[in-house]
Design a protein around this ligand. Sequence first.
Ligand code: SF4
Length: 430
Amino acid sequence: METRVVKVGDVLIGGKNPVVVQTMCNTHTYDVEATVDQCLRLAAAGAQLVRITVPGLQDVPHVREIRDRLRAAGCQVPLVADIHFSSETAIAVASVVEKVRINPGNFHKDHAEARRQFGRFLEECKRCGTAIRIGLNHGSLGAYIVERFGNTPHAMALAAMEWIEMCIEADFWQVVVSLKASNTVVMIEAYRELARMMQERGVVFPLHVGVTEAGNGDSGRIKSCVAISTLLSEGIGNTVRVSLTEPPENELPVAQYLAARYSPCHSDAPSCHSERSEGISSLTPRDLTILRAACDYGKPLLDRTIDTVSFPDLEPEFAAYLTDELLQACRRKFYRPEYIACPGCGRTMYNLQEAFEAVKARTGHLQNVVIAVMGCIVNGPGEMADADYGYVGEGGGKVTIYRGKEPVLRHIPDSEAVDRLVELIENDHR
Ligand code: SF4
């Protein structure tokens, strides 16, 4: 699907350009030193765009300092500001970074006011030459759209189209769109529908594709690859992020593998993947077996043109494990709990990676349950989408535990929180 081309600093997204690899810092943005160091490491490892969280207006000067220090160090990697709610922060940071990611539906509870603020934001981005990503996630759609259409892939695509129409009306074209979900079936359906709607509209903006809150380890990689490869193989997707609850450096080889496998290579761009080959070569033979299997079998499993897979050439125990993981990632069989875990970012106020490992270690025996482990109390609950239980860090060593969308245990010391979560689930399932 050929899209418009969006320029983010020196990086081109869409059109005939290779798939762009990006990731996000998990440092606190106010910690300028740590964020600059992480951006430099990520850029050196092949990240073509680096996103940093900007929780509020007080962080805008930090972003400016981070940008200035990167440029002084000779690093030109474009920065993407990640905004969740504050339209004023989005407007203030637009002149500082190359791209701003927003969910305009969250700009204000009153939809008319959200539209007004989005209009102001577009004017500022136009003035500064800043690109935007309209980033809507399953689980964080505005109430106005959920009330009318439910929390569905169709509603996600419709919500995106409303903001896209506003961009077109404003004669603003530096637009990338994403519709992420943790559920691979929902995510694929949403992107396919949006691609169809944009084609019908006759304006096709580039798409940023990713599975949100994919978790970590093999399962995070498999879940990301089955869904992202399905879309890329259909020509849907121009930039990717593989979100893992791990150091962001670990995301890059997986994203680079996907970009290399699915990027269009043209005679006028003969070395389109060469600068990323170092990252791919860091993948072990086991990693490559897993990624290849996810890309080979993800789409037929998700589209139900096959019902299972087999790996006769692999050692039987690994073959059985890989089969189970693939089926679970494609939502064809649930042999263990389904985990949702955000990658963490500058809003995370506790050791998310450690907590996620602890939750997995204590709940791996459960079945037919979706457990979310989220990095912050501000966005985590909204982003958990269809989780049955949630473990959400409050900061200050405290955790809130959710049953569905309801916080049932608040301010639990993190030393006790995993026990309390397991107790809650086991009592509910007695
Ligand atoms: Fe960051 Fe996780 Fe909070 Fe999202 S839910 S803003 S990734 S800490």
